[in-house]
Design a binder for this molecule. Structure first.
Ligand code: C5P
Length: 287
C-alpha cells in the first residue's frame, strides 16, 4: 500500500444470530427472516483501506489464518470498493480471521468495513441511507454489518431495527467444515419449511426481547452436513450448556454469564474439538 495514501483501519466484527426464525420463502427466492443479531468482538477481521489514485481498480491483499478467500469481484469487499469508488483506485489490506462458511457474516463485515472506511476518508459523499441501500445490494447482511451492535434483522435481512441489549458473554465455536448459505436455505425449502423444535431459554438479559432462542435453519443444516449435529452435541457435552446454530452455520453459539467461565469453555473446546473457538462479547454499534 502506498505510504502517501491516506488510509484508515476498521475492525470488521463477526455477525452472530442469537435467534433466527424463517417466516416464508419469497417470490424472489430469498427467505423472509426475523433474526435477533449481534456483532461480537471475536472473531473479527481487520481492514486497512486507502484511496489509491496511483492504481486503477482495487488492490486487495489478504493475510491471517483464513487468507484463502477470492481476490476478485466475488469478494464482497472488492465489490464494495468498486461500487463506492468506481473512478479511483482503492487499496485494501485484509487480515482475515472470521472463518468463511461459518455463518458469521465475515464477507459482509469486510464489505461494510471497506464502505465505512471509504466514507470516513471522504472518498464518497454518499449519505448514510444510500450507503445502507448500496450495502443491501451487495448482500443481505451488509446493512447490519454497517451499523453493528444489536438489532432485529427482518425482510431478507436488510431491514434493521436496532435494540439495546445488556453486555453478552458468548462462546463462538466453529467446526472444521463450513456450510454453504444457499445450500442450507434450499434444504429448508426441500424439508417443507420446518420450524426448529429445539429452543434454548433466553438469558435474563434478553428476556425483554424474546423468551426462547431458536434457529429454524438447524434441521436444514443437519440435512446438508450430517457432521454438524455430532459436533454440536459434543460441544454441548463439553461445556455443559446448550448450543445453537449461528446463522446458516456452521458455527455454534453458547451463551454464558461469566467471561472467565466462557474462557475456560474456550480452552476446553480448543483442547478437545477440531475447529476453532472464541470467548467473545458484544461489539458496540458504530454510531
Ligand atoms: O444476500 P446474500 O447474497 O448474502 O445471500 C446469499 C444466499 O443466501 C442467497 O443467494 C440465498 O440463497 C440465501 N438467502 C436466502 N434468504 C435470505 C438471505 C440469504 O435465501 N434472507
Amino acid at each position: 500500500m502506498s505510504s502517501a495514501a491516506p488510509e484508515i483501519r476498521v475492525e470488521a466484527y463477526a455477525k452472530l444470530t442469537l435467534s433466527l426464525r424463517v417466516l416464508a420463502t419469497r417470490p424472489d427466492g430469498y427467505h423472509e427472516l426475523e433474526a435477533l443479531t449481534v456483532s461480537v468482538t471475536e472473531p473479527h477481521d481487520s481492514v486497512v483501506v486507502a484511496c489509491r489514485d496511483d492504481i486503477p481498480g482495487v488492490d486487495l491483499t489478504v493475510t491471517g489464518p483464513d487468507a484463502d478467500v477470492p481476490r476478485d469481484e466475488s469478494n464482497l469487499a472488492v465489490r464494495a470498493a468498486h461500487l463506492l469508488r468506481p473512478e479511483g483506485g482503492v487499496g485494501i489490506a485484509l487480515h482475515k480471521r472470521i472463518p468463511p462458511g461459518g455463518g458469521l457474516g465475515g464477507a459482509s463485515a469486510d464489505a461494510a468495513a471497506v464502505m465505512t472506511g471509504l466514507q470516513a476518508l471522504g472518498a464518497t459523499d454518499i449519505g448514510d441511507d444510500a450507503l445502507l441501500a448500496l450495502g443491501a445490494s451487495i448482500g443481505s447482511d451488509v446493512p447490519f454489518c454497517l451499523r453493528g451492535g444489536a438489532a432485529w434483522m427482518r425482510g431478507r435481512g436488510e431491514r434493521i431495527d436496532p435494540v439495546r441489549v445488556e453486555p453478552l458473554v458468548v462462546l463462538v465455536a466453529t467446526p472444521p467444515f463450513g456450510l454453504s448459505t444457499p445450500a442450507v436455505y434450499r434444504a429448508w425449502d426441500d424439508l417443507g419449511g420446518p420450524r426448529s423444535a429445539r429452543a434454548v431459554r433466553a438469558p435474563d438479559s434478553l428476556a425483554p426481547l424474546l423468551e426462547e432462542l431458536v434457529n429454524d435453519l438447524e434441521p436444514a443444516a443437519e440435512r446438508v452436513e450430517p457432521r454438524w449435529r455430532d459436533y454440536r452435541e459434543r460441544l454441548e457435552a463439553l461445556v455443559g450448556r446448550p448450543a445453537l446454530l449461528a446463522g446458516s452455520g456452521s458455527s455454534c453459539a453458547v451463551l454464558f454469564e461469566d467471561p472467565a467461565e466462557a474462557e475456560r469453555a474456550r480452552r476446553a473446546v480448543d483442547d478437545a474439538l477440531p475447529g476453532r473457538a472464541w470467548a467473545s462479547s458484544l461489539a458496540a454499534a458504530r454510531s
